[in-house]
Design a protein around this ligand. Structure first.
Ligand code: ATP
Ligand code: MG
Ligand code: FE
Length: 356
């Protein structure tokens, strides 16, 4: 099916179009430049930017894909989670398009779309494997999932108990004076640093949290990143108190190594203990070079087949929404109608909203 996907949960206005698992266009407009001076996304500014960017982004996407609205078999839109006002712009636009063109509309989960985008490009020519898992590492979430069926069965195996990985990157970048958003800045800087310079803590890795395979502890597959951020702050303080120049690249590389090490080790452990042999990696932090590298290394060692989307498909975009929408359409699921609302805290287990 030819599916158009609309994304507006944060600062990216995204319109993507797919035909089945073939990507036709991924057109994105970001208001990040307007948020930089505030050190974080300002919801009101993001909503207004979506309003202004939507029509031009839609037109550019249709032109790029060489299709018209009349050609579409379905429209998919992010209904949550995300910023309420921002979500509302994409959802309102999607409803208007659906009504005007008589096209079925599917309200879908942004988080599942982050990992579902991995199927684009025909990664699974024989259909999705049964022993599938997904590692979602984004600005607001860090989760390891068992994916029974991308359209209607996702189980949460573990998640962060405090900050998300992306949040940890952004907060640490602020401590290091690297500006916002912090992920790409730390990723770049870490290339010139020594990842073994400082041993930062790996949260929830102690035996009392891990337990054993037979008797799992309370947080065997969970993460915690708030202690890591505090450890970086303490380390910076120590250098400053001693009057020493801050080894910013070494701190960035050491911080990144701690994040990536604990994410990948726990994810691979969860996969092994749940018979997961195929893993999808997704979310904005999945654009990170070191995370991609170490996940690939550890999956290979564990005999897990890893799928990693191109970096432009990891950060927020409309193609991921269209990709998941197409999967849902292909399984014959009913559309969501046009009476649904947005859900800023939609849980990952709700893949699409039923007709309300
Ligand atoms: P969510 O998807 O959980 O609702 P979000 O949509 O705001 O949150 P994403 O767009 O998926 O988040 O990801 C944004 C996050 O990814 C930011 O925290 C950003 O710092 C981080 N990020 C982007 N590129 C990189 C990179 N190369 N290395 C590390 N982090 C990165
Ligand atoms: Mg963004
Ligand atoms: Fe996201």
């Amino acid at each position: 099916p030819l599916v158009l996907g609309i994304e507006s949960s944060c600062d990216e206005t995204g319109v993507g179009i797919v035909r089945g698992t073939e990507l036709l266009t991924n057109t994105v407009s970001s208001s990040m430049d307007e948020h930089v001076r505030f050190g974080g996304v300002i919801p009101e500014i993001a909503s207004r930017a979506h309003l202004e960017a939507f029509v031009p982004t839609l037109q550019a996407a249709l032109d790029d894909a060489g299709v018209t609205l009349a050609d579409l078999d379905a429209i998919a839109v992010t209904a949550g989670p995300g910023l309420s006002g921002a979500l509302m712009v994409g959802v309102s636009a999607a409803k208007a398009l659906a009504v005007a063109t008589g096209t079925p509309l599917y309200a879908i989960n942004h988080l599942v779309a982050h990992v579902g985008v991995g199927i684009l490009g025909g990664t699974f020519p024989d259909g999705l494997p049964s022993n599938l898992g997904a590692l979602l590492v984004s600005g607001g979430h860090t989760e390891i999932l068992r994916v029974g069926d991308l359209a209607h069965d996702v189980e949460l195996l573990g998640s962060t108990i405090d900050d998300a990985a992306g949040e940890a990157y952004d907060k640490t970048a602020r401590i290091l004076g690297l500006g916002y958003p912090g992920g790409p800045a730390i990723d770049r800087l870490a290339r010139d640093g020594d990842p073994t310079a400082i041993r930062f803590p790996r949260g929830l890795s102690q035996p009392k949290y891990m337990g054993t395979a037979e008797a799992p502890g309370p947080h065997r597959y969970d993460w915690s990143f708030s202690g890591l951020k505090t450890a970086v702050a303490r380390s910076v303080e120590q250098y400053e108190t001693a009057g020493l120049e801050l080894p910013v690249a070494d701190i960035a590389a050491s911080f990144q190594e701690a994040v990536v090490d604990i994410i990948t080790s726990k994810a691979v452990l969860a996969c092994r203990e749940h018979g997961i042999t195929n893993l999808l990696l997704g979310g904005g932090v999945a654009a990170n070079r070191r995370l991609r590298e170490l996940t690939a290394e550890r999956c290979a060692a564990a005999g897990i087949t890893l799928t990693v989307p191109a970096p432009a498909l990891c950060t927020d975009n409309g193609a991921m929404v269209a990709a998941l929408g197409a999967q849902i359409v292909m399984r014959g699921a009913q559309p969501s109608g046009i009476a649904f609302g947005t859900d800023p805290s939609l849980p990952v287990t709700t893949i699409a909203l039923p007709r309300s």
